[in-house]
Design a protein around this ligand. Structure first.
Ligand SMILES: *Cc1c(COP(=O)(O)O)cnc(C)c1O
Length: 213
């Protein structure tokens, strides 16, 4: 179920400079088609094998931009680079290195967000801030990488105030590294994320309803 009214309300409320990624994982391609008819161009998927049949079905919509937001396994890197324009979930240096190498082979330059983990969270991956800083000169030396910014997901247990604090930390780190973008905020915390300095919010259930799979 796509909610066009909800989509319009959210879209019209976004401050200048905040982009909306519609995370369509778990939803049918017809929901994507419908939302695209309201002007949404950016769609996010978290599983390659689910995204491919949708992309084939939607192949007539050449204007769509595809974002990978899920955990990226080593053996899926080449296909993800071939199929997606953006990767929000680059959570380690070896993964970035691999993306760079394969992108060069594929003659692609994907737009990349480095996923950063600002709090202990056994359920989530991500680079630690100190490791990111330590490896920074190496990170920016990789070819065929369009490094846009940082991505983060707060641990589930945080309250609204703590989430906003975490989002602000992410924005400060991005600014320090002179990165433009912060991909942060989902259906339950997108307003805090915008207050904290998000430039991309990633909404699934708020736009599409409860996931079907
Ligand atoms: C599923 C998912 C979203 C969207 O989640 P909702 O809570 O449904 O808005 C955003 N980002 C990532 C990385 C996801 O996996």
């Amino acid at each position: 179920m796509t909610c066009p009214n909800q989509f319009k309300i959210i879209k019209d409320s976004l401050p200048l400079g905040v982009s909306l990624l519609a995370v369509s994982k778990g939803h049918h391609q017809e929901s994507i088609r419908k939302l695209s008819s309201y002007g949404q161009l950016d769609f996010g998927e978290s599983r390659l094998q689910d995204a491919i049949p949708k992309k084939i079905d939607l192949n007539d919509l050449k204007q769509l931009r595809w974002h990978f937001v899920g955990t990226l396994q080593k053996n899926k890197v080449r296909r993800v680079i071939q199929e997606f324009d953006f990767i929000h979930s680059v959570d380690s240096l070896p993964l970035l290195e691999r993306i760079s190498r394969i992108s060069e082979e594929e003659q692609k330059t994907p737009s990349i967000f480095l996923q950063v983990k600002f709090r202990d969270d056994p359920n989530k991956g991500g680079l630690l801030k100190q490791d990111l800083l330590k490896s920074w000169s190496k990170i920016i030396s990789f070819s065929n990488i369009n490094l846009l910014g940082l991505m983060t997901i707060p641990p589930i247990a945080l309250n609204s105030y703590e989430r906003k604090e975490l989002f602000c930390e992410c924005r400060r780190l991005a600014n320090h590294l002179e990165l433009k973008d912060c991909s942060m905020g989902m259906s339950n915390d997108w307003q805090e994320a915008i207050e904290g300095g998000a430039s991309w919010i990633r909404l699934g259930s708020l736009l599409f309803g409860k996931r079907q799979t």
